[in-house]
Design a binder for this molecule. Structure first.
Ligand code: CUA
Length: 324
């Protein structure tokens, strides 16, 4: 009776565990479908390591179950001791050498894959773009080669090598730039510049901050909007031509201010609707550059044009408190 109950409980647990995996599609076990060559290499390395570890897991756990069954007590008195075995040179050599070989195989494979992950493919200068990515509490700021700026939404040319300089602000905290479709994470460490790259077809790719960076870490996300080259060129040209415009201003409002503020109610910080500061160039600059109380200096390194852009958008909220 007890054995039947045990079998039943084990069967139910197994069903529950596998149902969860089935519901999660890829089981939450597999990385997302890679959209960039370096992500391909990372996924390949992932599966090779999974194969080794899964084989070891089933071998060890399988033997464990076999031994538990084979050497069960069968009614022997508890005080009877098993045979006392001392050393077995051949066995010990085998179980030392095999793990060493496995580790060497995994290590060799990963080092073999590494250049494909770290190094971007060689491309003509005309087919390369470098975007500086700054991590701030709690937004991503993108600076393009012609001086254009965008926030939380990076625009990039399709099918070309895009170099990313992931920059940690000396006055900020650690963040981590992560676009799962492009593979690995890249930390934004204050005072350092890290480099990564991608090459992806047109599409929208979700970006996340993958380093706990403060109260709104979970909302520090963005999108990489990969478009044909001509569309990318149009975007950065228009942005650079209108650096104080509401296009950037609106992104600053939603990407920077609204991470912690709402117009009509207290959120992380106080409600902002009707606050005359939203139309006060000098006052808002002081606040953005220095921070205040719990508010970090979110605009410490902003250009004057960036502050003008914010004002051009927020002045509508200074009187009415609601705006559009
Ligand atoms: Cu930035 Cu988490």
């Amino acid at each position: 009776m007890r054995r039947k109950l045990l079998t039943f409980v084990l069967a139910v647990l197994a069903a529950l565990a596998t149902a969860g995996i089935a519901a999660a599609g890829n089981g939450g076990l597999a990385p997302v479908q890679p959209a960039s060559p370096n992500a391909h290499h990372i996924v390949t390395a992932y599966w090779v390591i999974v194969a080794f570890t899964a084989a070891i897991f089933f071998l060890v756990e399988g033997l464990l179950v076999v031994f538990i069954w084979k050497y069960r007590s069968r009614g022997r008195p508890r005080t009877v001791e098993g045979p006392q075995v001392h050393g077995h040179a051949r066995l010990e050599i085998i179980w030392t050498v095999i793990p060493v070989l496995i580790l060497a195989a995994i290590g060799t494979f990963v080092f073999w894959e590494l250049p494909g992950i770290a190094d971007a493919p060689k491309a003509a200068a005309a087919d390369e773009t470098t975007v500086n990515i700054e991590g701030h509490q709690f937004y991503w700021l993108f600076r393009y080669p012609n001086g254009a700026i965008s926030i939380d939404r990076m625009v990039a040319p399709a099918d070309e090598v895009v170099h990313e300089n992931v920059i940690g602000m000396p006055f900020d905290v650690n963040h981590s730039w992560w676009v799962p479709d492009f593979g690995g994470k890249m930390d934004a460490i204050p005072g350092r510049v890290n480099h990564t790259w991608f090459q992806a077809p047109s599409g929208d790719y979700v970006a996340r901050c993958a380093e706990l960076c403060g109260i709104q870490h979970a909302h520090m996300d963005g999108v990489v909007h990969v478009v044909p080259r001509a569309q990318y060129d149009d975007f950065i040209r228009a942005r650079a031509a209108d650096p104080t415009g509401t296009g950037l201003g609106q992104e600053e409002w939603t990407g920077v201010c609204e991470k912690c503020h709402r117009l009509d109610h207290v959120y992380i910080g106080p409600a902002l609707g009707g606050n005359p500061l939203l139309a006060n160039r000098e006052g808002i600059e002081t606040l953005l550059r220095n921070g205040q109380g719990n508010m970090p200096a979110v605009g410490k390194n902003w250009t004057d044009a960036q502050i003008d852009a914010l004002i051009s958008y927020t002045k509508q909220f200074a009187k009415t408190g609601t705006g559009s």
